[in-house]
Design a protein around this ligand. Structure first.
Ligand code: MN
Length: 201
């Protein structure tokens, strides 16, 4: 069973003006599609063809670099699209908000620490909110690595992720990664983040 590019639950224009339609279209239909195609090519005829992308990530040290780069790319982008959505002004609430407050003092402090991790990631990579040993922590990974991978410095279940590769923001924000990160908070689908948090319990 080959991996497939997931359909977005919203239009490419839906995240405007925070993430522009052209960036969304290229990012989803070209970049993510390439990760899917290259992952399928890399695992063709191997046992990995019968595994979930999560299972592959959890044992990623057993695989060659094309599987790590493209498998990570497929998992990361699938998560990313799911936790984005049209700007509604929604914020975390309930158990998720309580866990954020317990780990980071306040939602504002969480956002600022997450932004620091995303800004500070040199070159290409991701910032993450991770459930690790029952607690929420922030981490960042290089390239297409993620916290599920057995090679990650901080291992756990990713709850929220932000792509800070230049292809995620350069058309609209050019070199202004911090502005992209600030705008990102407007298009987070906190209901989906809460679902992932609950599933990690
Ligand atoms: Mn990307």
């Amino acid at each position: 069973m080959a991996f497939e590019l997931p359909k977005l639950k919203y239009a490419y224009t839906a995240l405007e003006p925070h993430i522009d339609a052209r960036t969304m279209e290229i990012h989803h239909s070209k970049h993510h599609q390439a990760y899917v195609t290259n992952l399928n090519n890399a695992i063709a005829g191997t046992d990995a063809e019968h595994l979930s992308i999560e299972e592959i990530c959890k044992n990623i040290s057993k695989y060659a670099m094309p599987v790590r780069n493209n498998g990570g790319g497929h998992f990361n982008h699938s998560l990313f699209w799911s936790i984005l959505g049209p700007s509604t002004g929604n914020e975390p609430e309930g158990e998720l908000l309580a866990a954020i407050n317990a780990a980071f003092t306040s939602l504002a402090d969480f956002k600022s620490q997450f932004a620091a991790a995303a800004t500070g990631r040199f070159g290409s990579g991701w910032a993450w909110l991770v459930k690790k040993d029952g607690k929420l922590v922030i981490s960042s990974t290089p390239n297409q690595d993620n916290p599920l991978m057995d090679v990650a410095d901080v291992k756990g279940t990713p709850i929220l992720g932000l792509d800070v590769w230049e292809h995620a923001y350069y058309l609209h924000y050019q070199n202004r990664r911090p502005d992209y990160i600030t705008a990102f908070w407007n298009v987070v689908n906190w209901g989906e983040v809460a679902k992932r948090f609950k599933a990690s319990q």
